[in-house]
Design a protein around this ligand. Structure first.
Ligand code: 4AD
Ligand code: MG
Length: 447
């Protein structure tokens, strides 16, 4: 009996018989030959059926087999450097074939389909090579995100999804009913991370977060995954050094481990290879000056060459501003010291200049926008209470959060890195909808 193997192990079986279990992805053939492209989730291979090598029933079954049928195929593994597939260079010379189920007519064909059609059929579209390559790359990115933190003294502490209060502004809350009390789906785990650092020093949470954003853009999801490290005894400057080490590790690990997938996606990795510390840093003030100088000269920004709009000091960046700033550098760039008025309530004001805060966002190159939001946190209870009042937030649900500043308060900082924005950037995608298996977007809750 031939061993049952996964296509990723194929190299070890050259010259031997092996059995693969998978699905028929593509079929061609003429005369005495049938070529079946088989995928098993771990790889893709061409199975060649020569009429003389199999029974008449098997040859006939293969000839009639509809795409996406499930099957078990046994054959001799042959090395051939020209053979397509993942990993390329191998072929299966078929001796036997068992059809598990003949598929009904598959709605997704090799011809072009509209995006809405593909999104409606997301449960099937996931099987396509491109989606397969993206989601395998995502898994590696997520693993790298966890590995670096686990190896650098951070303790994973999971934070709640059902929360009593807003953390990132009250306009993007998903409200739900907690036995008659209003509750909100977490926009972030940060506030709980801040409690956890007093027990563990360095922590992170990693989970789904929710934003009822009215934005229908290529960068926004309603539900996205975020990794959020938080560090005690850490000022903004030290935080940025951690962030640049972290991002470089994630990018370089993914380049090394998912080279085949990125090639599949036709990703030009020139920019990614340069993602090595240190990253440039500019202040919000300088960013606004650069934007206005370029806007005055009629600068345009990709992808549609729209004119770069000027920006009054105090305004938040739009996508064109972020794209423009990032285009000035060949690595990700930190923009720091934003106006406090456009940031969350908990950010530490800059001493001697309280209208700006000790915050920094990281903008990815090539127009992928903000991938990290981070800051130093307020460490004084009175300053924090005043900020809660100023933002019109009720004091009660934040009492425990203010408490953290009463019992051994220290300077502390943290950041949130969005998984889907990172996947979009590393894979070089036009839209965030392909970065997660089942995206939740403004107009989409199914499948
Ligand atoms: O800048 P944000 O809102 O920061 C926070 O939530 C902080 N509490 C994080 C922290 O300091 N612990 O979000 C952080 C990142 C963004 O830079 C972006 O990558 C991602 O989360 N993000 C989104 N990704 C997809 N869709 C959305 N609607 C997103 N909103 C934020
Ligand atoms: Mg942000």
């Amino acid at each position: 009996m031939a061993p049952i193997i996964r296509i990723e192990e194929i190299a070890r079986y050259v010259g031997q018989e092996a059995t693969l279990r998978g699905w028929l992805q593509l079929k061609t053939g003429k005369g005495k030959l049938q070529f079946l492209r088989v995928r098993d989730g771990a790889g893709i291979i061409q199975a060649v059926i020569f009429q003389g090598n199999v029974s008449a029933e098997v040859f006939e079954a293969a000839r009639r087999l509809p795409l996406e049928s499930s099957l078990i195929v046994t054959g001799v593994v042959k090395a051939d450097p020209r053979a397509p597939g993942v990993p390329g260079g191998y072929e299966l010379d078929v001796r036997d074939l068992k059809v598990i189920q003949e598929s009904a007519e598959y709605p997704i064909g090799p011809k072009e389909h509209g995006v809405e059609f593909l999104m409606d059929n997301r449960h099937l579209w996931l099987r396509s090579n491109r989606q397969w390559a993206i989601l395998r790359t995502r898994a590696t990115i997520v693993k790298a995100m966890r590995d670096w933190l686990d190896d650098n003294g951070f303790v994973l502490v999971d934070t709640p999804i059902l929360t009593p209060a807003a953390a990132e502004g009250t306009t993007t809350l998903f409200q739900t009913d907690f036995h008659g009390e209003p509750a909100f789906l977490a926009q972030t785990g940060q506030l709980y991370n801040e409690a956890n650092i007093f027990a563990f020093g360095r922590v992170y949470c990693f989970g789904p977060t929710f934003r009822a954003e009215k934005s229908k853009t290529r960068r926004h999801l309603q539900e996205f995954w975020m990794v959020e490290p938080e560090i005690a005894f850490c000022k903004l400057e030290e935080l940025l050094e951690i962030e640049e080490q972290y991002i470089s590790y994630i990018v370089q690990t993914t380049l090394a481990e998912r080279a085949a997938e990125l090639k599949f996606l036709e990703r030009d990795t020139t920019h990614l290879a340069k993602v090595i510390p240190p990253f440039p840093r500019i202040s919000y003030d300088e960013a606004v000056e650069r934007i206005n100088a370029a806007a005055a000269q009629g600068a345009v920004v990709p992808p549609n060459d729209e004119p770069l709009p000027p920006l009054a000091w105090g305004g938040d960046f739009g996508a064109p501003h972020e794209t423009f700033i990032a285009s000035q550098f060949d690595k990700p760039v930190f923009v720091h010291h934003y106006p406090s008025a456009i940031k969350a309530f908990y950010m530490e004001p800059e001493p001697g200049r309280s209208q700006v805060c000790r915050s920094a966002d990281l903008l990815a190159p090539e127009g992928y926008g903000e991938i990290i939001g981070g800051s130093e946190r307020m460490s004084d209870p009175e300053v924090l209470l005043a900020a809660i009042d100023r933002h019109g937030l009720p004091r009660r649900p934040y009492e425990w959060y203010v408490d953290l500043r009463r019992y051994g308060s220290v300077s502390h900082s943290g950041f949130g890195l969005g998984v889907e924005r990172t996947v979009s950037w590393i894979c070089g995608l036009d839209h965030i909808r392909e970065t997660i298996a089942f995206p939740r977007m403004l107009n989409r809750l199914t499948p």
